[in-house]
Design a protein around this ligand. Structure first.
Ligand code: CTP
Ligand code: MG
Length: 236
């Protein structure tokens, strides 16, 4: 099936969009993923590159329950058989688990993406898809800052951490569908929240994960400063 799918005949990729947070640190009036960046909602920006990708079929968006019940008009008009809105959970991992449960079996590869990353490029998606056929794939950037470990409130430095082998993990992360399903099956519900990305959960369940190079522009919007930066980065 994958062979014909890659020829563009049939979509073989499903997308889970983690959009179930409240965006507390961003300080926006409502959830940050609904906030406008240069006039376009953040969530719309993060979902667009996937919706436009020929290999992508179903897209499941996990949102706060209140938003699923009363979506803004632009989001309601986006929803379809292909793009479905589901209620997320208390943590990011829980939201992804609920979105995965809503995804049909007929996809070979699953991509998990943060709604808070509105500038993901097609090249990153394709690089992840290239690896996610056989193992987990994580777009990542080498750490460029000098890293200090600090144990005290007074700020005393314990150690400077060697960054030579350290990478910053981003999204979209890609997995063979069956691998992600089994990884969640093998993980206690109470432990899901302790993993800050799917790759960590998948690796803890015994599967292999590889890094693929990402672009620095694929930033996560966390704070009000990131929102201001996003306004500058938005080109359309
Ligand atoms: N997320 C989710 N379900 C949750 C919490 C977070 O799907 N229960 C999503 C967010 O919507 C976001 C991504 O996970 O797209 C990364 O999380 P983060 O940047 O921490 O977003 P928030 O949790 O919304 O922000 P904050 O932690 O500042 O409240
Ligand atoms: Mg959060």
């Amino acid at each position: 099936m994958s062979g014909t799918s890659r020829a563009g005949l049939q979509p073989d990729v499903g997308v889970l969009l983690a959009a179930g947070g409240v965006g507390e640190r961003a300080g926006t009036a409502g959830p940050k993923q609904l906030h406008l960046i240069a006039g376009v909602p953040m969530l719309l920006r993060s979902v667009r590159p996937f919706a436009q990708h020929p290999r992508v079929g179903p897209i499941i968006v996990a949102l706060p329950e209140s938003v699923v019940k009363q979506p803004p008009a632009w989001l309601e008009s986006l929803a379809s058989d292909r793009l479905r809105l589901v209620a997320g959970g208390a943590t990011r991992g829980e939201s992804v688990r609920l979105a995965l449960e809503a995804l049909e079996d007929a996809v070979d590869i699953v991509l998990v993406h943060d709604a808070a990353r509105p500038f993901v490029e097609r090249d990153t998606i394709d690089a992840v898809l290239g690896v996610a056929v056989t193992c987990g794939a994580v777009p990542a950037l080498p750490v460029t800052d000098t890293l200090k470990m600090c144990d005290s409130e007074a700020g005393e430095v314990v150690e400077t951490v060697d960054r030579a082998r350290l990478w910053r993990a981003q999204t979209p992360q890609g997995f063979p569908r069956e691998m992600l399903r089994q990884a969640y099956e093998r993980t206690e519900a109470s432990a899901v929240a302790s993993y800050t990305d799917e790759a960590a959960l998948v690796q803890a369940a015994g599967f292999q994960v590889r890094l693929v190079p990402d672009l620095a522009s694929n930033i996560k919007i966390t704070t009000a400063t990131d929102l201001a930066l996003a306004e500058l980065l938005a080109t359309e």
